[in-house]
Design a protein around this ligand. Structure first.
Ligand code: NAD
Length: 330
């Protein structure tokens, strides 16, 4: 499977494991890379830039294939020293960086000077165009279905992906709501040259999260996510557990709420503890609507192999329909 995305990233399949807070550790990133996709370590999951250097070295000891590092720039309870994380990434010799959240403009020149390929994840065509103008190599466009922060415009992938693909010259990666070969084939038909998955990779054997959480996600339907932080203009899509419901009831009570009132419920360290202990209602757990398409806990290699085979089959069916066949298997 060759696209401009596989060529720019040096990977066999155009499948990226997007950066996920608390989940993007070396175990998962190396498993995805070893299976022919692009694994990504989440920079801010490491408590310090020094710890990120160690995690990059650990990942390198687990795979000889390309992997990337995610750097997300969004409101945080404790603002991290971004410039030091950038230096750690560059000095560790990483060659692929996924930026997300606010514009990475101030760091682009430093990354480019060191020959780093930049994938910028964003949620609107206007931000994608601005990223292209600023020199990023690939845009990962995140539809409303996605886990984490879908932005405030509420455009689903069916419109957002082709809108981005026709506006940009650089390749587009489709993100949000993709969890199987059908979604992957659809992304290609919409003009993307690769796909990004988060929630689907959380429910794999190698994902460093407790099995209770994986089983809760397997049991969830496409209706089991919720949008929180909407009233704070920092919308996040998460698994609809007791914490998410409580946050929403505070946000939508008369007069709303301030961030500091919900902070004890949503602080990232509490979400991390829940992922590790398996307490499903213990903290905020990010999940996209694609959770409704997840029925099992495969290895990353099995997942990628079967998605690629199913995607090929779906594209074959679509092309048979286009040629007038009516009786092909659905
Ligand atoms: P945190 O403990 O700093 O904050 C918890 C949540 O509250 C986050 O979603 C954050 O965006 C939000 N938040 C913090 N301050 C806020 C404010 N003043 N107003 C509105 N919302 C606010 O988060 P963390 O779990 O330590 O994560 C660190 C950063 O990484 C956060 O910005 C988070 O959103 C981001 N993140 C990254 C990824 C990724 O894939 N790299 C995924 C999810 C979140």
């Amino acid at each position: 499977m060759k696209t401009r995305v596989t060529e720019k990233l040096g990977i066999a399949y155009p499948i990226i494991q997007g950066g996920m807070q608390w989940v993007g550790l070396a175990e998962l990133a190396s498993a995805v890379s070893n299976a022919g996709g692009l694994g990504i370590l989440t920079g801010l999951t490491q408590p310090t830039p020094e710890a990120l250097r160690d995690e990059i070295a650990r990942c390198r000891s687990m795979t000889g294939k390309p992997f990337g590092v995610n750097l997300t720039i969004l409101p945080t309870v404790k603002p991290p020293p971004y410039a030091e994380y950038v230096r750690a990434i560059i000095e560790s010799g990483v060659k692929i960086v996924e930026t997300a959240g606010n514009s990475p403009r101030e760091f682009i020149a430093a990354f480019k000077e060191h020959g780093i390929t930049l994938v910028h994840k964003c949620t609107t065509v206007r931000h994608a165009l601005s990223a292209e103008r600023n020199g990023v190599d690939i845009v990962s466009i995140d539809g409303l279905e996605c886990a984490g922060h879908p932005g405030e415009d509420d455009v689903g992938g069916l419109v957002l992906i082709p809108a981005a693909a026709r506006a940009l010259k650089i390749p587009v990666v489709a993100s949000g709501g993709i969890a199987d070969g059908r979604g992957m084939a659809a992304a290609f038909a919409l003009g993307a040259e690769g796909i990004n998955m988060g929630t689907r990779f959380c429910v794999t054997r190698e994902a460093p999260i407790h099995d209770n959480i994986k089983q809760a996600l397997v049991g969830a339907s496409e209706r089991d996510t919720a949008l929180i932080f909407r009233t704070l203009k920092n919308t996040a899509r998460v698994y609809s557990n007791a914490i998410a419901r409580e946050v929403r009831s505070m946000e939508y009570r008369p007069g709303g709420c301030r961030f500091d009132e919900i902070r004890p419920l949503v602080v990232g360290t509490r979400g991390r503890a829940a992922l590790q202990s398996g307490e499903v209602d213990g903290g905020v757990i990010s999940a996209g609507q694609g959770v409704g398409l997840i029925d099992d806990v495969p290895t990353c290699a099995d997942l990628i192999e079967r998605m690629v085979a199913d995607c090929r089959q779906r594209l074959h069916i679509a092309s048979a329909w286009a040629e007038g066949a009516a009786d092909v298997r659905r």
